[in-house]
Structure formats: structure tokens, C-alpha cells
Design a protein around this ligand. Structure first.
Ligand code: COD
Ligand code: ATP
Length: 230
């Protein structure tokens, strides 16, 4: 199985590229969705947040007030570290579980869209790593326009992550999303070819069918050896 890492900076275009993967039939695990699910009302993640940040962090219906929590953690690095530390195990396990489900269904190429792939060192699990890059001016403009936030708020969010240029330097594949959507789609076609190329023998071994073959061959080998010995 090939687990492709897809990352970048906030509003650099990860979701845009992951939609292209989905349209091409490649399954995507979305860490932002996992991160939302693990803090649903009553879950372990929700309890940890309420304990650490107090009842003030809740909306009237008991859900986490994401806008409020965002305001806190994107302006206070210590609070952000605390939130990250609390949720990291839940999020990594959630991502792992989504991958296992796809693996069990026989998927051989899976994309993991993880904004904090490098920050959480999850890049160790993925190969290749795709970084969706955008120039700083376009990034801040798109972020402000999508989230309706001020330049200062947008900059705080950008500063909460490792520098996008550094991520670019660590990437196996870079998609430059500073231009038009068509431009990105064109680059994507090349990336898709690379990512869906033939699996290496190691990747074949860890795919579901590869592992099943190993188990079957080993069992057959043991049975044959036993028969010969008797
Ligand atoms: C702070 C929260 C409540 C803000 O919620 P909101 O709905 O406004 O944003 P959303 O979850 O859609 O995230 C938008 C983007 O913000 C960035 N981001 C989110 N959390 C973080 C973080 N802890 N540090 C840096 N950037 C972050 C990512 O690029 C993400 O794609 C929320 O992002 C959260 O709970 N974050 C902690 C969980 C986490 O680490 N998520 C990232 C998954 S790897
Ligand atoms: N090539 C493009 N041209 C114009 N707008 C774009 C392009 N790519 C993305 N956008 C817009 O920029 C915004 C950010 O893109 P997107 O949501 O894909 O980023 P993201 O990296 O997934 O963000 P986040 O880190 O917050 O999850 C969106 O409003 C999207 O529609």
C-alpha cells in the first residue's frame, strides 16, 4: 500500500488538490474532518477540551465553539501547544483508523491530507510527500477572503504553522497553487501519474492482498513441511 502525504500551509490549496484526487478515484483521508469528529459532543476529545479550557468554550447546545477556540489558540502559542498535545493522540489514531478501513477494503493508493504533517512528524508514515505551495501574498489574500478575517488574524494563523517555504524544501513533490485552478489541474495530472505508478515490492507487501498472499504462502509452506516431516 502507498500512503501519500498531502500537506501545505493554511489556505494553500490542500482541499482543492484533495478534491482532484477524489474526482480521480483516489481515496483521501482528511485530517481536518478527523479533528472535527474527535471533538464531537461527549467524546474523549471534547471532555479534554472542556477540562482544559472550561465551559466558556462551549456553545449553548454543548458543541465546542470553534471560532472562540480558534481565536484563543491562534493568538496564544502556549494554549495552542496545549490543544495540540491534548488532541494529537486522538487525531493520529483517527487518521490511522481511517487508513486501516481503506486498506481493509483493498485500496492500494491512499492520500492523507494532513495540514500539520511535518509539525506532528507524521511524514514518517507517508511517501511521497506532496506540498501544495502558494506565494505568501496570494495565501493571505485567499485566507482572508475565504474565512472573512482580518490581515492580522490571517497572519496569526499562518504563523501557527511551520514556514511554507521550509515545507516546500522538504517535499518530494511540489504543486504550485499560486496561479489559476486550471494551472493547478495541469500540474495535478502529472502528479497523479507519479502517485499512481506501479507499487514497489515493499508497498506491495504491505497492501492487503500482498499480506494475504504472504500469510497463505507461509501457511502452505508450514503445512507442506509438516507433511514431509511426518
Ligand atoms: C482551532 C480550531 C478549533 C479552529 O477551528 P476552525 O473550524 O476555525 O478551523 P479548521 O479546523 O477548519 O482548520 C482550518 C485550518 O487551520 C489550520 N490549523 C488547525 N489547527 C491548527 C493548529 N493546532 N495549529 C496550526 N494550524 C492549525 C489547518 O491548516 C487547518 O486546515 C480547530 O482547527 C482545531 O481544533 N484545531 C486543533 C486540531 C488540529 O490540530 N487540527 C489540524 C489537523 S492535523
Ligand atoms: N488556484 C486557485 N485559484 C483561486 N482560488 C483558489 C485556488 N486554489 C484554492 N483557492 C481558494 O483558496 C481558498 C483556500 O483553498 P483550500 O480551502 O483548498 O486550502 P486548504 O489548504 O485546504 O486550507 P486549510 O488549511 O484551511 O484547510 C479556498 O477559498 C479556495 O477556493
Amino acid at each position: 500500500m502507498r500512503l501519500v502525504g498531502l500537506t501545505g500551509g493554511i489556505a494553500s490549496g490542500k482541499s482543492t488538490v484533495s478534491s482532484l484526487f477524489k474526482s480521480a478515484g483516489v481515496p483521501v483521508v482528511d485530517a481536518d474532518i478527523v479533528a472535527r469528529n474527535v471533538v464531537q459532543k461527549g467524546t474523549g476529545g471534547w471532555k479534554k477540551i472542556v477540562k482544559a479550557f472550561g465551559n466558556d468554550i462551549l456553545l449553548e447546545n454543548g458543541d465546542i465553539d470553534r471560532a472562540r477556540l480558534g481565536q484563543i489558540v491562534f493568538t496564544d502559542p502556549e494554549k495552542r501547544k496545549l490543544l495540540n498535545r491534548l488532541l494529537a493522540p486522538n487525531i493520529s489514531f483517527g487518521i490511522f483508523w481511517e487508513v486501516v478501513k481503506l486498506w481493509a477494503n483493498g485500496c492500494t493508493v491512499i492520500v492523507a491530507d494532513i495540514p500539520l504533517l511535518f509539525e506532528t512528524k507524521m511524514d514518517r508514515w507517508t511517501n511521497p510527500v506532496i506540498v501544495v505551495w502558494v506565494d505568501p501574498k496570494t495565501q493571505i489574500e485567499r485566507l482572508m477572503s475565504r474565512d472573512g478575517c482580518s490581515e492580522e488574524q490571517a497572519q496569526n494563523r499562518i504563523n501557527a504553522q511551520l514556514a511554507l517555504d521550509w515545507k516546500k524544501s522538504e517535499a518530494d513533490i511540489v504543486i504550485n497553487n499560486s496561479g489559476s485552478l486550471d494551472d493547478t489541474k495541469e500540474q495535478f495530472q502529472e502528479v497523479l501519474k507519479q502517485v499512481s505508478g506501479p507499487l514497489t515490492w515493499k508497498e506491495r507487501m504491505v497492501s492487503r492482498d500482498g499480506l494475504l498472499s504472504i500469510v497463505l504462502c507461509t501457511t502452505a509452506g508450514v503445512l507442506l513441511a509438516k507433511k514431509n516431516l511426518l
